[in-house]
Each structure stands twice: as structure tokens, then as C-alpha cells.
Ligand binder design. Structure first.
Ligand SMILES: Nc1ncnc2c1ncn2[C@@H]1O[C@H](COP(=O)(O)OP(=O)(O)O)[C@@H](O)[C@H]1O
Ligand SMILES: CC(=O)OP(=O)(O)O
Ligand SMILES: [Mg+2]
Length: 395
């Protein structure tokens, strides 16, 4: 029997999970618990080509995980017979503590808890997932794989904010990044695709999901990234502003009668595509834009404008660019966004082949024309597989 890893990614209102054979990369089961804490919850469990769906309220993450483990019992594969050697947990914020995966003990739990202010939407649910999973699966090692690990050794010039040094040091204010497991996975895969030693490659990776971030990877090492102290900075996201002038916060606090918590909620949960159009899902935004909705058309332009700014600035940071990769929900599926993101960047050697760009495929592929100076790629990310591999490597 081969060894498997159960990977858990607990988000604010969802739990995604996958049982993976890290050696072959095969996914033996996967699923999702959605709308935790809302009146109508939904659980989807996929294994062996079959999907089982349940629609019940899921009051909290503990109940959600219990439901998942029951599904493994009832529908399979039975975890007791599946050779589970570890549970791998995605944790967004590891601060300055971790540059690689770590075995979870009470001290690690304490650190993740103390770092919650630096990823307020992510670390608390990550931690709940860890607590509950350790209770329900006490006999296997649990491993934390941090989104920040790949960015732990960013050059100081990229990681440092031009803020009073003492304040920054006392309150741990610096750029930590996020989505690092995905950026690293995609950069490695892209280097293998172009067949050049990663040591000399200047890569830009665009992870465009609900949360979205860009990274500059030079010689296999992250040299800059768009998420900062928290996953709020950088690109336009489903519900987050990305970059804004910090003075917007003072302005709203002083003139709109909003509290800091109100503004936090506004910038993180009611902005981005949702703030501009009412919808956080790019598919809905396109649907509106296709119908001539001026706000949706502008939202797509704002989104793409930000992407072009980051591609250009990272090319400047690295003295050029050899590979540009698109990944995650929007990056993998949205040919329009990809085309808009590179429009006008021919001066950097970036061009795409319109037919390759729209060809339906789930595989990693080139969308630049043969012989182009910059390899433009779509590389489906697989954070779960990367987490499973890092967990077994640690053990
Ligand atoms: N066919 C598609 N076209 C455009 N956007 C898509 C498509 N499919 C999914 N998406 C976008 O991908 C997002 C989810 O991406 P994903 O990487 O799964 O995010 P997360 O891991 O943050 O939940 C959705 O919110 C949606 O906007
Ligand atoms: C860090 C982050 O933004 O993660 P997600 O995209 O899962 O929200
Ligand atoms: Mg994601």
C-alpha cells in the first residue's frame, strides 16, 4: 500500500481537502465544505469518479471536518486503510519563523495563533482546522505548510517598508507575502517546461484566484511579491482592494465616521471586483461586461491595469523577463484577462498567440507563439500536491 497525505485548507467559510499519493501525484479523494456558519451549507466529496453531495447547515469548522471524516467512512476511501502517513495543513502566515514545513506541536499552534493579526482572514480558520483535525486524527503527524515560507528570504530591499525602523521592528511590520506554495510550485514547473536551468531564469508568476498575488522569481528564488504585511496588498482581488493609498484609511476614519474595524471589513471583504460590480466572481463580472455594464467593463480594466503594472515593475526589478506564468481560478481559465494583462507589453518581448490563449485545456501549456522572447504559460497550480510532498519530505 502506498503512503498518502490528507491535505486540509481551511478558509474563512470553507474547508477544502484532498487525499493524495505524493509519490504519483494521484488524488484519491477530494472535496469541499462550503458556507460554514450560514443557514445553508454544502459538502461535496469526490472519489473514484463519483461525487457525493450533502446540503445541510454546517455550523462550524469542527462540524465540517467531522462531516468530511464521516464521508471517508461511508463513501470511502476508508482513512484507516488508506495508508495516511500525515495530515498536511495550509497555513497562510508563518511570519519570520518558518522558511519550510514544520511538524505541528503546541508551540507551533501558539505561533500561528500569535501571528493571526498578520493574516486576520486566514490564520484563525487555519488554526481551527488544525485543532479539530489533531483531535479527530490524533495518531498521525500533522504538518503545517506556510504560504509565507517561499518569501521568508526576500531581499531586504523588497521586504522592508520605508517606515520608522523602531516601529516596524517592534510590531513586525514588513512584507511577508502569501500564496508562496503556489508561486514556488508554478515557478518550478515553468522552469521544467522551458527546459532551461532555473538558476538563470527571470520569472513572473501571477496567481489569480479569489485572493490574487504576483511574484518575481529570479534563479528559483523569490525576489519580490505583491502581498505585504497581510494578504490585502497588491493586485485587485475578488473582495480586496489590493494597493491603495494608506491615506484612504485616515480619510474614511476622519470624514466618513467609519471605525477601523469598518474600514478593515470594507477593504478586505467589500472591495475589489465585488466593490466595483457587486460580484466577486470574475465569471459574473464578464457576464455583466458582455451585456454592456459600464461598471463591470471598468472593473476588468482596473484588474488588468494592475496586472500590467506588476509585470512591468517585476521585469524592471529583475532586469528583464524570460517566463510569465498564469495560475489559479482566473489565471488558468480566463483567456480575456490573460490577453488584457499582456496587452501593450510587446516592448518587453511578451506576446501571446490568440488561438493558443483560447484553446480549452486543463494542462500546463504555452500561450506565446513559437520563438517568442518570453515564454508565456498557463500552469495549473496544485497547492495540495505541493503540501503533501513537503509533508512527506519533512517526515
Ligand atoms: N472559467 C472561469 N473564468 C473566469 N474566472 C474563473 C473561471 N473559473 C473560476 N474563475 C475564478 O476563479 C476564482 C476562484 O479561484 P481559486 O483559485 O479556486 O480561488 P481560491 O483558492 O482563492 O478559492 C473564482 O472566484 C472565479 O472568479
Ligand atoms: C492568502 C490568500 O489570499 O489566500 P486565498 O486566495 O485562499 O484567500
Ligand atoms: Mg487558493
Amino acid at each position: 500500500m502506498s503512503s498518502t497525505v490528507l491535505v486540509i485548507n481551511s478558509g474563512s467559510s470553507s474547508i477544502k481537502y484532498q487525499l493524495i499519493d505524493p509519490a504519483s501525484g494521484e488524488s484519491l479523494a477530494s472535496g469541499l465544505v462550503e458556507r460554514i456558519g450560514e443557514p445553508e451549507g454544502r459538502v461535496e466529496h469526490r472519489t473514484g469518479g463519483r461525487t457525493t453531495e450533502q446540503r445541510n447547515p454546517v455550523p462550524d469548522h469542527a462540524e465540517g471536518l467531522r462531516t468530511v471524516l464521516n464521508l471517508f467512512d461511508e463513501v470511502g476511501p476508508a482513512l484507516a486503510d488508506a495508508g495516511v502517513v500525515a495530515v498536511g495543513h495550509r497555513v497562510v502566515q508563518g511570519g519570520r519563523y518558518y522558511d519550510s514545513a514544520v511538524l505541528i506541536d503546541d508551540e507551533v499552534v501558539d505561533v500561528i495563533d500569535r501571528l493571526a493579526p498578520l493574516a486576520p482572514l486566514h490564520n484563525p480558520p487555519n488554526l481551527t482546522g488544525i485543532r479539530v483535525a489533531r483531535e479527530l486524527l490524533p495518531d498521525v503527524p500533522h504538518v503545517a505548510v506556510f504560504d509565507t515560507a517561499f518569501f521568508r528570504n526576500l531581499p531586504e530591499a523588497a521586504a522592508t517598508y520605508a517606515l520608522d525602523r523602531e516601529v516596524a521592528e517592534r510590531y513586525n511590520v514588513r512584507r511577508y507575502g502569501a500564496h508562496g506554495t503556489s508561486h514556488q510550485y508554478v515557478a518550478l514547473k515553468a522552469a521544467a517546461m522551458v527546459g532551461r536551468p532555473s538558476a538563470e531564469l527571470r520569472q513572473v508568476v501571477l496567481h489569480l484566484g479569489n485572493g490574487a498575488s504576483a511574484s518575481a522569481v529570479y534563479g528559483g528564488r523569490a525576489v519580490d511579491t505583491s502581498m505585504g504585511l497581510t494578504p490585502l496588498e497588491g493586485l485587485v482581488m475578488g473582495t480586496r482592494t489590493g494597493d491603495i493609498d494608506p491615506a484612504v484609511v485616515f480619510h474614511l476614519a476622519r470624514n466618513a465616521g467609519m471605525s477601523i474595524d469598518d474600514i478593515d471589513d470594507l477593504l478586505n471583504k467589500r472591495s475589489g471586483l465585488k466593490g466595483l460590480t457587486g460580484y466577486n466572481d470574475m465569471r459574473e463580472v464578464h457576464r455583466l461586461a458582455d451585456g454592456g455594464d459600464a461598471e463591470a467593463i471598468l472593473a476588468v480594466e482596473v484588474y488588468a491595469h494592475r496586472l500590467r503594472k506588476y509585470i512591468g515593475s517585476y521585469a524592471a526589478v529583475m532586469g528583464g523577463i524570460d517566463v510569465l506564468s498564469f495560475t489559479a481560478g482566473v489565471g488558468e481559465n480566463d483567456a480575456l484577462v490573460r490577453a488584457d494583462a499582456v496587452a501593450g507589453l510587446e516592448f518587453l518581448g511578451i506576446e501571446i498567440d490568440p488561438e493558443r490563449n483560447v484553446a480549452p485545456s486543463r494542462e500546463a501549456r504555452y500561450i506565446s507563439p513559437d520563438g517568442a522572447r518570453v515564454a508565456v504559460l498557463v500552469v495549473p497550480t496544485n497547492e495540495e500536491l505541493a503540501i503533501a510532498r513537503q509533508a512527506v519530505a519533512l517526515l
